[in-house]
Design a binder for this molecule. Sequence first.
Ligand code: 13P
Ligand code: SF4
Length: 304
Amino acid sequence: MDIQKLQRDIRALARERNAVILAHNYQRGEVQDVADISGDSLGLSMAAAKTDADVIVFCGVHFMAESAAILSPDKTVILPRMDAGCPMADMITADDVRRIREEHPGVPIVTYVNSSAEVKAESDICCTSANAVRVTRSVGAPTVYLTPDQNLAQWVARHTDQEVLYWKGYCPTHHRLRAEDVERTKARYPGAPFVAHPECRPEVLDLADAVKSTSGMIEWCREVDADTVIVGTETGLFHRLQKDSPHKTFVAPSDAMICPNMKLTSLEDVLEALETLENVVTVPEPVRARAVTALERMLAAGRD
Ligand code: 13P
Ligand code: SF4
């Protein structure tokens, strides 16, 4: 079926179902284009918390739909592809967090939203890439423990006086990017600024002119006074960057920065999800009740 027809059918059915379609900035371009809201994890969490739609169709990965279900227990939250997971989220379990707490009594646990509902439920507060520094400072303790992303944690550690302990998880897509890749790209595009996501390795972030969440990158790229920008993140972001700044050239420092999970959802999947209202993501109430506190504390902290 042609893309425009599919998009029209999706929009019509979304209206009929009183559904809101949310798409993460890494989704396929045509999926971002059909969404009511596309954005970063924090923006989408906030949208999910505020919407008065009956149905939330979350074009992203499982932890994102779970966060929406935690924040909107009375709504039907649908993940068009149930097999869209996050390998980083799978690198830590609730048992691991309980063990961290036993080993570090009194140390607040700050958990990146890229984690399961069970892990959030065991944590004191959540953060996203857009507010990790602010959230960590806000807990006010001299020592904090960040899970599950080692790279985000080391980035936060550079921006706070607190001691930051951390779990050794990582995003395979961002961890794959090496400093040599960036240096090679910089040599090919002399003078082009480099903006990176904090899930990249510290030595990659050392080379960055700015370190931002995906939505932060969109804003930064729009404003930066440069014709060519090197962008260190999952390549799904390029669709939106190019739409926002059609006269600029965006260059990937590596062609390996593709998250297969973020690319699973097609327009056909979105249409089918709206037709069947299957693939509902739910979180058991005892877990939800504890996880919501960690997410609400994060939302109260705002963006960096
Ligand atoms: P943000 O859009 O919050 O920066 O998240 C990046 C990411 O890896 C989501 O899976
Ligand atoms: Fe997880 Fe990385 Fe994919 Fe985001 S880009 S869903 S953090 S694996």
